[in-house]
Design a protein around this ligand. Sequence first.
Ligand code: ASP
Length: 353
Amino acid sequence: MMKKSLSILALSIGLLLPLSTFAKNNVVVVATGGTIAGAGANSTNSATYTAAKVPVDDLLNAVPQIQNLANVTGVQALQIASESITDKELISIARQINDLLKKPDINGVVITHGTDTLEETAFFLSLVVKSNKPIVLVGSMRPPSALSADGPLNLYSAVALAASDSAKGKGVMVLMNDSIFAARDVSKTINIHTNAFVSQWGALGMMVEGKPYWFRNVAKRFNAASEFNIEEIKGDSLPLVQIVYGSGNMVPDAYEAYAKAGAKAIIHAGTGNGSVAKYIVPTLTKLQNDGVQIIRSSRVPHGFILRNAEQPDDKYGWVVAHDLNPQKAKLLAALALTKTKDPAEIQRMFWEY
Ligand code: ASP
């Protein structure tokens, strides 16, 4: 009798609760290739393998536990090693993600990606995709064929993060090795270990057993608050921006060659605080006068560039990249150049993103 009334009570509670209490969120995994989809000759090949081999359905089927977290479907957007991504692929990924997230029944997306340029795609998406829904990039340092492959748990955590309501409004995130990073300041800093990704400002949070724990927020503009919009980008390329790496005993030829090749901006990945050798300064001031934007970044992974410190940026009309590393400065410069040629306006953008 007691048992019967308990089950009637449970049934009535069930009927009263809204359906959403039980409904799982819908997450799409957009696969682009990389080591997470790689294959080696045998299980001891953790570093010798071919990236971008395993199709998205196999990646999802290898981690059936993700279906307990969300209704997960897969899309094979690309099958590429991330070092070979050009503007064309970058823009196409951004358009696909933007379109997917416009659908009301999609709650979040995961993008599986090679780790080499994962930080670039993440930052680009954080600048141009108009959505508050979670966008999570994930990769792995070992291919699925290797012993202790890190991809399956990374994928599980990434799906859990994309399905999590608490991840809404956090913009584009990178999930690697249990840590949740912000797209703008995460960088690959180790090329072998599984703890390859680091942000000088720390992780946003951590994923443990499929649950996010949050510790900080980003102070800059991203996604819904960004002035850039993938829907306003025409064609499949961006204004050309190239990077020159600073060192001792340089020659000016690389800067000049890039300008000749049509670069609209050059990122000077300078020594220290983005410093420029005194014998290179005349080349850079000439290029700026010719309309090629000179943007001072640093080859040093931590810290940020101070305007008018190492060089009189106001006098030369140069821009400083703030704390963005050269490869991220390159993307923001390219987007900035779709809107303006004014260095003061470009500098504003570097402060704000
Ligand atoms: N070269 C590979 C890629 O970026 C490396 C990786 O995924 O870890 O596609």
